[in-house]
Write a protein that binds this ligand. Structure first.
Ligand SMILES: Nc1nc2c(ncn2[C@@H]2O[C@H](COP(=O)(O)OP(=O)(O)OP(=O)(O)O)[C@@H](O)[C@H]2O)c(=O)[nH]1
Ligand SMILES: [Mg+2]
Length: 331
């Protein structure tokens, strides 16, 4: 029986054969298995690939034992915390760690020379009543692109490219970041619009921080950045300007496509502390499920307070909620 493999399989297989980094090779092998059609004709190929995957895992494991625990395979996943995981990437020395330092309670190493950050670190950033996880990473340049970064970017909910607009190498530095990720099939885009029919490619929603904009040449660099990347959300930032950092947080929230819904128990005041986070378009039923699965079954109706509604308007389970709505469940 013929295997009838799709063309993307062969392209991926070529990369798999070329790849020398064990972690990336393992990831590619898993992708190959994913795109391979599952039928009698591919049984042998599937078995071969599974054997390769297990061999690669063993190789990685033995390497880890030799070199100690903190290897790339332990760095390439960070447990999500808060409403979303946001990853900071960019050229060397652009200010990624300084942003993490200003926006979270973490104290990463910061220096006035490039290649300071070697391993990722994550801190919690609070925006109004919502908490986000911010991940600082090692720089991307012609000389360097740490393999662990690829998985971290794939897993993140939002990518922030930190660009130093006061740097004369702004344009070339950014081009290297975008291009090197494209080589690894990660495409940073202003909006994830079309349905992705090629599972090998990750399209990641991205915004750009026009960092150090108060520095000499910063304004000029900001204008240039807007000309170079007109479709992207670009936020001028500086660690010396609190307003810019607040704008940055708000831009992150707005880019995530989420809403906050506050709950209220019958006869009680609103609990404005810990909102339910839903995707834009989320309904009363989604909010109930987010609280507890069983809760949604019991739900009769809800009352909602918020912009454009009557106070305590009675709504059905399919009612679409808006950011900052207050909801009272009736079961
Ligand atoms: N003037 C000014 N300097 C900044 C700002 N943010 C960071 N810096 C300086 O820029 C330099 C690099 O900052 P880092 O935060 O270490 O940059 P990074 O992108 O993490 O660098 P790598 O880890 O090497 O990639 C340091 O000297 C910081 O003090 C800013 O908003 N304004
Ligand atoms: Mg750093």
């Amino acid at each position: 029986m013929p295997a009838n493999l799709p063309p993307q399989y062969y392209a991926l297989e070529k990369e798999f054969k070329k790849e020398t980094d064990l972690h990336e090779k393992l990831r590619l092998a898993k992708e190959l298995l994913g795109v391979m059609p599952k039928h009698k004709g591919t049984d042998k190929l599937q078995a071969d690939l599974k054997a390769k995957i297990s061999k690669l895992k063993k190789q990685i494991e033995s390497g880890r034992k030799k070199h100690g625990a903190r290897r790339a395979d332990t760095l390439d996943h960070i447990e999500k915390e808060g409403a979303a995981q946001i990853i900071l990437v960019g050229p060397p020395n652009s200010g990624k760690s300084s942003l993490l330092d200003s926006l979270t309670n973490l104290k990463p190493a910061i220096a006035d020379y490039p290649y300071t950050t070697r391993e990722p670190s994550a801190g919690i950033m609070t925006f109004e009543t919502v908490q986000f996880q911010l991940v600082d990473t090692s720089p991307i340049s012609k000389e360097q692109l740490d393999t662990y970064l690829l998985n971290l970017i794939r897993q993140a909910d939002l990518v922030v490219v930190v660009a130093d607009v006061s740097d004369v190498g702004l344009e070339s530095g950014l081009k290297v970041v975008f291009d090197r990720l494209i080589e690894k099939r990660i495409v940073l885009v202003p909006q994830v619009t079309k349905k992705n029919d090629d599972p090998r490619i990750a399209y990641k929603k991205t915004i750009i921080a026009a960092h150090k904009y108060l520095e000499k040449n910063g304004e000029k660099g900001l204008k240039k950045l807007r000309d170079l990347y007109p479709e992207f959300t670009i936020i001028p930032t500086s660690i010396l300007d609190d307003d810019s950092l607040n704008n940055f947080k708000a831009a992150i929230f707005n880019s995530l496509g989420i809403i906050r819904v506050y709950t209220k128990r019958i006869g009680h005041d609103v609990d404005y502390v810990d909102p339910i986070i839903l995707p834009v378009g989320g309904t009363v039923e989604d909010a109930a499920i987010a609280l507890h699965k069983d809760f949604a079954y019991k739900l009769q109706y809800a009352k909602v307070w918020g912009k454009g509604k009557f106070k305590g308007q009675r709504v059905k389970n399919s009612f679409v909620l808006s950011d900052k709505d207050v909801i009272e469940f009736h079961i």
